[in-house]
Design a protein around this ligand. Sequence first.
Ligand SMILES: [Zn+2]
Length: 339
Amino acid sequence: MNERYSRQVLFNGIGAEGQRRLLESRVLIVGCGALGTAHAESLARAGVGRLRIADRDFVEASNLQRQTMFTERDASERLPKAIAAANHIREINGEVEVEPEITDVNHSNIERLVQDCNVVMDGTDNFATRYLINDACVKHQVDWIYGAAVGSYGVTMTIQPHQTPCLRCVFEEAPPAAGAPTCDTAGVIMPIISVVSAVQVAEALKLLTGQNDNLHRSLMQFDVWRNEWRKINPGPPSPECPTCGLGNFATLDPASGDFAAVLCGRNAVQISPAQATRLNFEELAERLQVIGEVKFNDYLLRFQTGDFELTVFQDARSIIRGTSEIKTARSLYAKYIGN
Ligand SMILES: [Zn+2]
């Protein structure tokens, strides 16, 4: 056994057999922000053999306060988060196979991303994507670990389809946006990210090494500022649950696809093309540079015009900054990128 993992192999819960299982595992991390970077770094150091990292965004200066692994250089180069994370993981542990996916995770790709994984980590910041993960994981019987943090508060739950309640059993509807703090209004501090991600990663290590008896089997809530720690028993899976009880996977239906999304706390909107396409950045840059400032690298093109900044990925998906109005973003997209 590799010297690198000696301390972990000495730990009773893992041992040589557990380490072998970690090295043979594949984990999907959905969303590589604060929670996702913490998952990625910890799992890479632990020797999880394959890490698939799906994220739709690029690194910015405001990420650096809590998104471990990312550096000022990643932000100044505006690297896609999936690529920046993959670069750092290769330096941390060259044995890990990293599979970066620069993509908006949605009904068209979630099943492909989830299917061949042993565990899925929730590093997202919204309930729409969590219901999507829940549907795909219940459908394909893949364990996943819900996690969320805002302000100084965080929550996590481990979901083993048909053995434990799924996300839809516990939250039949997304908690209402009004009144609920979001990163728009509340901000977030690093310590709660550390707490939630640590519990998620510990649960992942238990699942991957087959130590299911040690799972916490609850909805865990923490507030590191108010000093509250709570463990709620969610009961058994609900036979009435549309997802795990009745097998209705509504979010996987192509009709559920939404091509525009307001990005949390960013004064930005994401627009996805209605049809799959691949952009030629050189041609696009030539067309746009007569009306504004254009820069591009291998992964994305940035176009500044007036108060708006458009970041365009190769698949024509765009993040439009300077507005949180979908209508405004759509019209800028139509004007500069196409349909
Ligand atoms: Zn359920």
